[in-house]
Structure formats: structure tokens, C-alpha cells
Write a protein that binds this ligand. Structure first.
Ligand code: AHM
Ligand code: MG
Length: 333
């Protein structure tokens, strides 16, 4: 419970002060992202009354149509990441290639999805920005290498998301728990809402696109059929909640508990969601809050990435919910 107001800036500085030897670079980077989030939030909120809304007429690297707001968010985040010289490379869902910045000696590599769930914008459903930050491994006097970007999710220095919902919230972790901030538009500041979010251990809630059921692995089919059976003792049947906007579905899961699933299916045999800027950052947050994030074999965060835009199956949420799913995945191979 927070009994006095703390801004995002103040919180970041206080957290930095707890580390001897912190250079302040990560703090600066988080503040830069916070600023971009405010600008994107302003545009998302007024999208309905301006002509920003609508298709931009091009397709991104995944063949999806790009909306004007995606482009706007992409530009804002790129310029935020470029402004302090801390980032050497960035990777956006909207760009095929990784982007090398002039500050090639910058310490950090940032992956981001500028506006996730953008197919929901036209219908006024919440969307979000996701980011994932890695510290480079190569010497800083040399230009950063692609291998600096292809690190496992458990090496993330920080990860977070911004949810543009009924209010705008920024949620992030640097590996010491999860904190959330709510944008107060009247003063233009993100204010601390919770400095230690814990995901409930269990909730009979599940979140999945059931339209894809025919292509799921047998273990997932059997699990979903199990959670629909009636058994009050194990709180079955579970309730279904699916928005179709990952940030929204996982924000709810983080606060209320339950399980979010995006298994492989016929159209996406390797899963649909992107490992580096969807599964890893959201998985890191869920695990930091006490939940689990798996890909069906092991922890999502232990996957060794092969490419910057690769996809992965993902199951994450409350520990007991995910463990029950794991039983089914093991039993049915
Ligand atoms: P996007 O990055 O193109 O917006 O796609 C990702 C979105 C996620 O937000 C969401 O969880 C998922 O796609 C929904 O997919 P589906 O429509 O197949 O259920
Ligand atoms: Mg996305």
C-alpha cells in the first residue's frame, strides 16, 4: 500500500541508489521509455477523434497490415531510445533488420513491440507497448554484435510494458520484483501504484484463442477439456477471458491470476507470439511476480534464441495453473 505519491522518475532514482556502482544508464533508459510512453498514450487516447486511426497501407515483416498508430509508436520509441546514447542496437517488431545506432558503444540492446494488439485499435480495445532490455556482452569499444542481441530471456536487465487502457499503466521489472505506475494525465506523470506485484498462486481463469483448438498439441486439448469439466472442489469449470491483446490479457493475469496460453496451431506451428519482444519480457514480469512462463518444454526464459523475430509457444500465469497444464503436457508428450 502506497501512502504518499511517488513519481516514476523518483522511483527509478531511488532504486538506482540501492546499487553501489550503478552508472545511471539503465535509469536514464527507463526514463526515456517512460517519456515515449506518455507521448504514445496521448496519441492512442485521441486516435478516435483524429484521422491518425486507420490503415497505413503497408505491411510489416510478418505480413500484417500496419496501422498509422503503429508507425507513430514505432517512431516515438526509436527516437526515445536514440536520444541518450545508451543504446547500441534496437529491434522493433515493425522492422525486419536490427537497427544499429550511432552510439555503437552504448551499453544496452532493446527489443520492443511498439503497439501490440494493434488490430484492436479500430474497436477501441486496449493495446500496449512491450520492451525488453539486454546489456551487451561484447567490449564497448567495438560495435555491438548480433550475438549481443540473441541472449536468453533470463539475461534481461529489465523488461516492461505500457498498457493503454481505461488508464495508462507502465509495469516493469529490473529483476527485483515488479512495479506498476499509473499515468495521471492532469500532471503528465506516472505515479507509483504498486511496488511489489505478486500474482495470485491460483485462479480458475484461462485465456486462449479457442478458435485454433483443432491444431493444438494433444496435451493442451486435454487440459482445456479438463478445466471445463464440473468439479466444485477444484473450482472447475474455469472462466474464459480472452481480449486478444497480449498486454491486456497478461495484465489481467498478473493482477487476478489464471493462465494465458498461445500454443502452436495449424497456421502457426511454432507458436504465434514473438520470443524476444513478447514472450520473454512478459514471461520475465510474470516470473518476477511469482508466476511461471513455459514454452511447453521448459522455461521460456531459458530458450536460446536463433533469430530476432522468432516465435515460440507460450503458457504463463499463476504457478498452480501452469503446473497443472505441465502435468497434461508431460502426460500427452
Ligand atoms: P501483434 O503483435 O501483431 O499485435 O499480434 C500479437 C497479438 C497479441 O497481442 C495477442 O495475444 C495475439 O496477437 C492474439 O492473437 P489471435 O488473434 O491469433 O488470438
Ligand atoms: Mg505484438
Amino acid at each position: 500500500m502506497i501512502n504518499h505519491l511517488i513519481t516514476l522518475e523518483e522511483f527509478i532514482i531511488r532504486s538506482q541508489n540501492r546499487f553501489d556502482g550503478a552508472t545511471g544508464e539503465l535509469s536514464q533508459l527507463l526514463r526515456d521509455i517512460g517519456l515515449a510512453a506518455k507521448i504514445v498514450s496521448r496519441e492512442v487516447n485521441k486516435a478516435g477523434i483524429t484521422n491518425l486511426l486507420g490503415r497505413h497501407g503497408s505491411e510489416n515483416v510478418h505480413g500484417e497490415s500496419v496501422k498509422e498508430l503503429d508507425v507513430f509508436a514505432d517512431e516515438q520509441i526509436k527516437s526515445a531510445l536514440a536520444r541518450s546514447g545508451i543504446v547500441s542496437m534496437m529491434i522493433s517488431e515493425e522492422s525486419n533488420e536490427l537497427i544499429r545506432l550511432e552510439s555503437s558503444s552504448g551499453k544496452y540492446i532493446v527489443f520492443f513491440d511498439p503497439l501490440d494488439g494493434s488490430s484492436n485499435i479500430d474497436v477501441n480495445v486496449s493495446v500496449g507497448t512491450i520492451f525488453s532490455i539486454y546489456s551487451r556482452k561484447s567490449p564497448r569499444e567495438e560495435p555491438a554484435r548480433e550475438s549481443d542481441a540473441l541472449q536468453r530471456g533470463d539475461s534481461q536487465s529489465a523488461a516492461g510494458y505500457v498498457l493503454y487502457g481505461s488508464s495508462t499503466m507502465l509495469v516493469y521489472t529490473t529483476g527485483m520484483g515488479v512495479s506498476s505506475f499509473t499515468l495521471d494525465p492532469s500532471i503528465g506523470e506516472f505515479m507509483l501504484s504498486d511496488d511489489d506485484i505478486r500474482i495470485p498462486d491460483f485462479n480458475p481463469l484461462y485465456s486462449i484463442n479457442e478458435g485454433n483448438a483443432s491444431g493444438w498439441p494433444v496435451g493442451v486439448k486435454e487440459y482445456i477439456s479438463y478445466i471445463k469439466q464440473v468439479d466444485p472442489e477444484t473450482m472447475r469449470p474455469y472462466s474464459l477471458r480472452y481480449i486478444g491483446s497480449m498486454v491486456s490479457d497478461l495484465h489481467r493475469t498478473l493482477l487476478l491470476g489464471g493462465i494465458f496460453l498461445y500454443p502452436p496451431n495449424v497456421s502457426n506451428p511454432q507458436g504465434k507470439l514473438r520470443l524476444m519482444y513478447e514472450c520473454n519480457p512478459m514471461g520475465y514480469i510474470i516470473e518476477q511476480a511469482g508466476g511461471l512462463a513455459i514454452d511447453g518444454k521448459g522455461s521460456v526464459l531459458e530458450t536460446v534464441p536463433q533469430s530476432i523475430h522468432q516465435t515460440a509457444p507460450v503458457y504463463m500465469g499463476s504457478r498452480k495453473n501452469v503446473e497443472k497444464l505441465q502435468e497434461f503436457l508431460r502426460r500427452y508428450g
